[in-house]
Design a protein around this ligand. Structure first.
Ligand code: PMP
Length: 351
């Protein structure tokens, strides 16, 4: 750190992204990307948009917002497009958290929530998941503050039902509940239809996972129009051109290719479920993940041992050096061939 860094930031521990290795070619199952390339329609649209890069992008993302509204059955003023869903989450911390509204989220969840809270200097509380990693909603119903729940959660893959989220929304209509649906397309239930019923609900989503666009950075928030205006206030005070032209065009391309997205989700769900069956025969224990990843441990090998042994064999997974989950690895679900390679390697490792 230089002597010039503001004291405000000197204690901040930034988020650690999963490795993006350069030294050798790995089977990359460590950052929950899609194993499939983007839709050809997304690629073609991005290439065409590149021809107009001398012009700023549309700060309202008008065309994309229209299509998103049609896709999700909401109106355009209920949609905000952002630079990845990380950006809309950060906006939500800025807009809806302060000393009177501390952020509340599980002790085991997406690691960025804690960083956003610290960056924006808002107090936060981590509410422990139960022993089996399920969320105890009673804790949230009792506590005051802005709630952030990844649903399905990461890295566990466990999901709450919309009925459970609805009970939470009803328990305290005076506070915001942010439901982060980054992984919802792999088997979870979306809360988006609830935005018309609950003015305190913000749902966030991403094009990074089911739509194969992690490298383009496209995310969104869906909520009633007043909440979207609040988030817009933050957006127009930080970066009005937050979604670049190529990304917006690619987003439109993939929305016009919903069959492609659905087919990819189906393949990932199938690969996930058949991997669960094989892993169980190898003695692995796991959560019943509904994400595009598995969360696994083996009673006879430590989490770190498995992580390192896979790495040696050219397979990258995500190991978190964190209490309660040290013995686990989070493994992104890849193609059939990648999963076969993974299962072969794990068979050798635990034998
Ligand atoms: N939420 C969760 C739970 C995630 O795991 C991630 C990605 N790692 C994100 C949000 C952010 O994804 P993106 O910014 O690529 O949309």
């Amino acid at each position: 750190m230089s002597r010039f860094l503001s004291a405000r930031l000197s204690a901040l521990t930034p988020y650690t992204p999963g490795e993006q290795p350069r030294e050798r070619k790995y089977i990359k199952l460590n950052t929950n990307e899609s194993p499939f390339p983007p839709s050809p329609k997304a690629i073609a649209a991005a290439a065409e948009a590149a021809e107009s890069l001398q012009l700023y992008s549309d700060p309202t993302c008008h065309a994309l917002v229209e299509q998103m509204a049609a896709r999700y059955g909401v109106s355009p003023d209920e949609v905000l497009m952002t630079n990845g869903s990380d950006e809309v989450l950060n906006f939500a911390f800025m807009a809806f958290c302060d000393d009177e509204h501390p952020a509340l989220f599980p002790d085991i969840t997406y690691g960025f929530y804690k960083v956003f809270a610290a960056l924006n200097r808002v107090p936060y509380r981590e509410l422990p998941l139960r022993e089996d990693f399920t969320v105890d909603l009673a804790d949230y119903k009792k506590a005051a503050g802005t709630v952030f729940l990844a649903n399905p959660n990461a890295p566990t893959g466990l999901a709450l039902s919309t009925a459970e989220i609805e009970a939470l929304l009803q328990a305290n209509p005076d506070r915001i509940v942010v439901v982060d649906e980054a992984y919802v397309d792999f088997g979870g239930e979306s809360c988006i239809p609830l935005i018309h019923k609950y003015e305190n609900l913000l749902v966030t989503g991403t094009f990074s996972k089911s739509r194969s666009m992690a490298g383009a950075r496209l995310g969104f928030g869906i909520a009633n129009a007043a909440l979207i205006r609040d988030l817009d206030t933050v957006k127009y005070s930080t970066n009005p051109y937050n979604v670049n032209r190529m990304t917006a065009a690619a987003g439109l391309g993939v929305l016009a290719d919903e069959d492609y997205t659905q087919a990819n989700c189906k393949a990932i769900i199938e690969n996930r479920e058949s991997a669960k069956t094989v892993l169980k025969t190898l003695g692995f224990e796991m959560t019943d993940s509904l994400g595009n990843f598995l969360f696994i441990r083996h009673p006879k090998r430590s989490g770190e041992e498995i992580y390192l042994a896979l790495r040696e064999r050219g397979i990258l997974v995500r190991h978190f050096n964190q209490e309660r989950i040290k013995e686990y690895n989070r493994v992104t679900v890849g193609t059939k061939a990648e999963m076969d390679a993974l299962l072969l390697a794990l068979t050798e490792i635990v034998r």
